[in-house]
Ligand binder design. Sequence first.
Ligand code: PHB
Length: 390
Amino acid sequence: MKRFVLAAIAAVALGGAAYADTIKVGVIGPFSGPFALQGKNFKAGIDAYMAVNGKKVGNDEVEVIYRDLPAADPAQSKSLAQELVVKEKVQYLAGFYFTPDAMAVTPILKQANVPMVIFNAATSAIVTKSPLVVRTSFTTWQTSTPIAKVAFDAGVKKVISVVSDYGPGVDAENAFKAGFEKQGGEVVQAIRMPLSTNDFSPIMQRIKDSGAQGVFAFLPSGPTTLGFVKAYNENGLKTAGIKLFAPGDLTQESDLPALGDAALGMQTTFHYAISHDSPENKAFVAAAGKAIGNPAELTFPAVGAFDGMHVIYKMIEATGGKQDAQKAVDAVKGLSWVSPRGPVTIDAESRHITQNIYLREVAKGDDGKYYNKEIQTFEKQGDPGLAAAK
Ligand code: PHB
């Protein structure tokens, strides 16, 4: 008893330090396999945030626990999340590169009393599956709507769309079609291909045969986007004058050296470019470049993770480190800050991020390096897909 009293007095004298907790954040993402670079970027964003802001929130120490999910695998995603919650006692779940992996975990959040902060998965409907989901990435509705106007304004009136046949692909197809028809354009054919497709020559033939003046495409960033853009060039579509329009997933910076001159001039719309000119982004690229080791490997999942950690730190602050998922989520509704990508807000109603979407063009710098050059800004874009998702 006496010892306890002394310990309590010592704790008060130390400013309550004896009551400090470790707050665990479980991060699920592809850290091995073909999409490992995307997971590596999650980690770079997290490490950069913690290097700049410290590992403590108040008296509490933040610890990140990683679980590897190499490919979209909803059953495995759910079991990893359950293990993180039950065994590791994480207070937050985060990461999620692929939509099906995020979707599979939403049903366990309420009972586990754990918020989910999505660093990437981009299907609009995910946020409607649980009130405990917050997203710091983008949706394909958000990124694919502006490119429809860009295509029409470029004089292209007939487009064929080609997307991966799953959530974000179907959303991208619908977003482009809605935007393009609103302008007066026509989508002459809509191809959905299996997520596992890696031979794109037959698709390129179908594009040629369609008579379309342009192609709109979405695939999740990784080896397949690189393969798709290469196939577009190698099958002569570019030289035939069939223009390619896409969200920025197709020209992530880490793929640009492999695409080379063939990608020069390609226009995409996206929430983030490594080249974004702002002090916040310069600081981010320096910290994330250091964290990843080779700055040429930096790409957009790093900024989703960096901003996701910002949201998690604000949640920990608001709850004083206590596990209260609803209070944590409520605390970030309407939260605004200047991200490396520009000004952002967590929309209070949808819990999805409102942000600028930029039109970019693949360019070559004076240093001979390829980059996405921002040439136009669509300001403060919410998610146009939410109405469709309800
Ligand atoms: C998704 O599965 O939601 C996803 C993955 C990669 C992307 C975009 C969306 O580049």
